[in-house]
Design a protein around this ligand. Sequence first.
Ligand code: ZN
Length: 410
Amino acid sequence: MSNTVFNNVMIYDGTSPERFSGSVRVEENRIMAVARNGESTPAGDARVIDGKGATLMPGLTDVHTHLGFGSSVERINPPGHHPAEFASLIEAHCGRVMLDHGFTSGFSGGSMSVQAELAVKQAFDSGLLPGPRLVTSSFERVPGGPMGPMYKFKGCKARECNPAEVAGFVDEMADLGAQAVKFLLNGVSAFDPGTNMGEQFYDEEVLAAGEAAKARGVLLTAHCYTAHSIKLAIRAGFRTLYHLTYADEESYDAIEANRDKLFVGPAPGIVEADLLRAPRFGVMASEEQVAEQEDAVDRVKVMGRELRKRGIRALPGGDYGFPWNPVGRNARDLELFVEWFGYEPHEVLHAATALGGEAMEMGDELGQIREGFLADMLLVDGDPTKDISVIADKDNLKVIMKDGRLHKGG
Ligand SMILES: [Zn+2]
């Protein structure tokens, strides 16, 4: 790996609202020098990239990544269960597309195959294949096992409470090596109409999962819509909460009281896609479902503004990977944080970079342009701190660097 110097760039460092003109020197896979006030870092033996005034910024993190669902902007693959060998090829494809669109990190919101996700992580980390850094996850747990396509959510009351079985699942996933374990605490109306509000696990089971996760050092993530699920997940020590569509005042208070421990992914991308594009695929297509989704859009807009007002660590990541919401559209979430939640462009960039590093559990070395940090960076034509839409067009990404390696440009 050679050294690289970016000269003549406007630096967005992940934390300051304003860009500054300067230069960045990368040695191996780390940022070794950042010069300000238009000065240059010593080039020495490094390859020099003239940024021509473009924006140099940290690579993006998506906090709700599904490489295994299978659909990308290049190819639509309906979700399905495949042997781990083929599932890993699907993940590798989607990982490369994600990196092509500037996302150098992904926190998995659930895999289709744990073994596949572990395999691609190894391939991405070693540079064997192009793809983002990954926090790996279990498959998405529903009572009794994994969720198949068009799964029916019966709700917890349809079965006996079994905390030992649920804790055992956490153990099993930890044994396999998954870093995160995902639970669907509520249903999914897109698969089974009218189930978004249904509780799928008993309180005792969720608390048992929390105990097991603490003992095994894995992170718990929750698909949760209802105020009850949100409060319960927080009580059980869940680390990342997704969706939150039907949050109430009490659940916002609980999130705020735990904001140093929690990350949330409001996932506006899937909410928009379920309304605008899913019906073309025969999903969320009935009049009743469209009405439910229109209501969800209104609620999510209110929710995102509330999270911003309360200073919650809300991150982009909108369930990309479904045919109607494919991987590669991930930056749409950044636009929706601005359009729907009232974020300033620099605020959502901070969420997708510096907070992204924290969400990846690498906050002291990832997500900022700063001496000593890992060299995951984008050279972007335009000023995303003023106009977030420039980031959504991959043709504006002139250089994509991950771990000091040039994936694109230069
Ligand atoms: Zn998801």
